[in-house]
Structures are given as structure tokens and as C-alpha cells.
Design a protein around this ligand. Sequence first.
Ligand SMILES: [Zn+2]
Length: 240
Amino acid sequence: MPQERTEAVVLRGVDFSETSRIVTFLTPDRGRLACMARGVRRKKSPLASTLDTFNRVEIVYYWKDGRAVQNLAEAALLDGFGGIKADLDKATFAALPLELVYKAVHENEPSLELYATFVHGLESLTRWEGDARAHMLWQVLQLMSVAGFEPALDTCVACGRDVETPQGFAYEGGVTCGACRSDVRLTPEQAAGLRALAGSRDGCPAIKNPAALYPLVHRYAARQIEADLRSVRVIDQMFI
Ligand SMILES: [Zn+2]
């Protein structure tokens, strides 16, 4: 069985037996990858902290076509993103882009750009000193864009007309003009915030009132990937 080596980010770990855990990674070449990590639950196993959620790691695994869970051989920590985990606000909001990636990425599908965007977002959040909610919205919109779910922000999603000042937003695909049906009304401030967040590839821009954009962005993301986002409920319990 061939061994493969890759960089990866830990998306999730689910205990499997008294000593093993199934760990799901995001990888550049194989998309979402689940591996059986044997011995990780033993006392004093160095693997336990290495395979903590959010960690960027280098892994070696045995690849077998068609198998749902591969066997992990080795794992080494590259970046633990301590600046996120030590900050409750950052860690809580960061769970949403993480869950989005877990649910939007397919198994065994090259995901180089998405991987790079996700890691860039985590590195940016580690250093971020502004509003953690704004940063999360920026990460979500950047990830949606590279995953092929970029919202239309300059043309009406229903009739295709150019819209300088959008009047509404449809979760189906983006902004709407005054004549077309929308799911929610959009204020000029919200429209400007969305355009700034979506258009800024390198880093999170300063936006006014991120809380007003939050429901719109997480509902749009959930509609596009056709999945419920559990992290939204955790965020809402903590911050609303
Ligand atoms: Zn229209």
C-alpha cells in the first residue's frame, strides 16, 4: 500500500475506540481526508495534541483507493494557531468557517486554492486585533468564493441588471434590484460591507456593523452548501 505525505489542517476528530480516533483533515490534493489515528487516545500519546482541531500538520498515511478511512502513519505539528485557541471570541467564530470547509469540500478532490485560502484565513485570524465576527464573515465569503459559491454583488441575481445600490438579498445567489423578489432587505451599509468583505482577498477589511451582516452571510452559506451549520447555534448562544 503506498504511503503519501501531505500538509493538512485538522477539521474534526471523533473517538472510535478506547485508543483510536477518526481524524478528518483538509488536504490540498485529496480534499477532505479521514484517517484512523491509532493509539491517539492512550495516556501520554504525543499525537493527541498534534491532532487537535485547527492544527496545521504534516501527515503520512497509507492510501488505498475506495476506502472511506485511511490509516495514519505519522503526524507532526506545523502550526497550532495558539493565537486563535487562546482567545474565546476568535475560537468560537472560527468554528463556522471550519464547519463550512468540512461540509463543502468533497473527499478525494483536489482543493489547492481552498486549502490555501483556509490556511491564510487562520493565519490572519491569529494576528487579528479587530472584531472577530467581522473576520469570520470575511473568511466565510472568501471560502465561498473559491468553493464556487461567490454571491453576485454587482448585478441583480434575478434579472441580471447592474445594480449600483442593491435593494435586497436572495440566499439563492446574491443581491437583487428594487423590482425583483428578495429574501431580506439590504441597507446601503450592508451592501458596502458585503462588497468590501468579498472583494478583499489579502486580508479582512474594516467594515461597519458586522453584526448586521452575520445572519445574511451564514444563511447564504448554509443555503449554498445545502447543510445546516451547527456552529451558528453555538455562536448565537454565546453572543446574542
Ligand atoms: Zn432584478
